[in-house]
Design a protein around this ligand. Structure first.
Ligand code: ATP
Length: 388
């Protein structure tokens, strides 16, 4: 655990960058420092690896004051990733990643082997190993930066706005990759960003800082969204926090209906049975159970096999039953022309359909459950999928 105890940093020009900050950063999870520009996030991160020394207070790593060990040893136990990756331009990708192992005295072959293994782990094609950084995209360079920080297998990763310079789609895939790596390797990650959406997507714990280097709130994302400590945090979270909070509720408990689902070769009798279930539309599926589209019951009364597939209403984006959140289910229902969301299993076959009203009821009961039981525990798989 990293414990930041009453730490203050005043720069020589009198700027107070961090003011009496105390934080317990748990092991094996992602803690995000978030806040407006200039609120002291980078200064805090750099005090953890002693690139900046506090004016007062102290920082403990596994119970020991970090000033008690040689600074080089401390930094070797902490990978460091920065915006734009900070790669060595004159070194190949594989040698960039092998930098720290080489510094630690590994022979070249072993260090390069490790580097190639890490390329796979961060989703880089091995064919890029011999290239130079300028021959890679921004997103690929950030992956190299993460691989380089992981090379000596440090227990701690410090990441300073690592994904800020890439476009939103690449950024989402880097976030998903980080969550996957975190699940596999269980590192203690301290991540700085000014983007609250990024913080909510990847953080297990989020420290919201305000200008002047003071802590506004330290809480898991779902608690931040449900109970912001004050107006500053509320404003910082933005207007749609109710919707975003739904990302933390699984779609597990949704009552999926199979009644209105009929195969494309269903005859008039089966259609009549499905119609009797009372849903305003029927969902037709192909021979593998995959969704084809919606049809009004009266238009299929002669049998689903008589309906032209081209005339079906589109089913929109289905959601993965149980694996995606209530937010995904609601999004699917809102975007569906019928107001019903389609749930699919891992093979993409229809698991059932669900109306906006039923999703609304599930949201109400999830909120009621949360009020009784305290903050909901985030579903990690859901979270990883949110980031993809
Ligand atoms: N070396 C320095 N000397 C003087 N003031 C500094 C120094 N480094 C940072 N500051 C000031 O300290 C405050 C906190 O800076 P810091 O970089 O930690 O903030 P930040 O939250 O990471 O900002 P950003 O999101 O813009 O990167 C700012 O007012 C900044 O101008």
């Amino acid at each position: 655990m990293i414990q930041i105890e009453s730490v203050t940093k005043r720069y020589p020009d009198g700027t107070t960058a961090v003011d009496d900050l105390s934080l317990d950063i748990p092991d094996g999870s992602i803690t995000v420092l978030v806040g407006p520009s200039g609120c002291g996030k980078t200064t805090t991160l750099r005090m953890v690896n002693r690139m900046v020394e506090p004016t007062s207070g102290r920082i403990l790593l596994d119970g020991s004051d970090i000033t008690e060990q040689p600074v080089n040893a401390l930094r070797r136990s902490m990978g460091y990733v920065i915006q734009n990756a900070g790669l060595f331009q004159h070194r190949t990708i594989v040698d960039n990643i092998a930098t720290v192992p080489r510094m630690l005295g590994w022979d070249r072959r072993k260090a390069r082997e490790r580097a190639r293994e890490l390329m796979g782990r961060v989703g880089l094609d091995e064919a890029l190993a011999k290239r130079y950084p300028y021959q890679l995209s921004g997103g690929q360079q950030q992956r190299v930066g993460v691989a380089r920080a992981l090379a000596a297998d440090p227990p701690v990763l410090l990441m300073d706005e690592p994904f800020s310079a890439v476009d939103p789609i690449v950024r989402k895939s880097l976030q998903a990759e980080l969550l996957r790596i975190q699940q596999e390797l269980g590192k203690t990650i301290v991540f700085v960003t000014h983007d609250i959406d990024e913080a909510i997507r990847i953080g297990d714990m989020i420290a919201v800082m305000r200008t002047g280097g003071r802590l506004a709130q330290f809480a898991p994302p779902q608690e931040l969204l449900s109970s912001p400590a004050d107006e500053f945090v509320e404003d910082f979270l933005g207007t749609d926090r109710g919707i975003r909070r739904l990302s933390f509720f699984t779609s597990d408990g949704l009552a999926l209906e199979r009644g209105p689902v009929v195969a494309v070769d269903a005859g008039a009798e089966q259609v009549a049975r499905a119609t009797a279930a009372g849903a305003p539309y029927l969902l037709l599926t192909d021979a593998d159970g995959k969704p084809l589209g919606w049809v009004a019951p009266q238009d299929a009364a002669g049998g689903a096999d008589k309906v032209a597939v081209g005339s079906l209403l589109p089913y929109g984006r289905p959601f993965a039953a149980g694996r995606e959140s209530l937010r995904d289910a609601l999004d699917c229902a809102v975007l569906s022309p019928t107001g019903w969301a389609v749930a699919v299993d891992e093979q993409g076959a229809v698991a059932g359909v669900v109306s906006q009203e039923a999703i609304g009821a599930a949201i109400r009961s999830a909120h009621a459950g949360q009020r009784e039981d305290g903050p909901a525990v985030p579903v990690r798989t859901t979270k990883a999928e949110v980031a993809t």
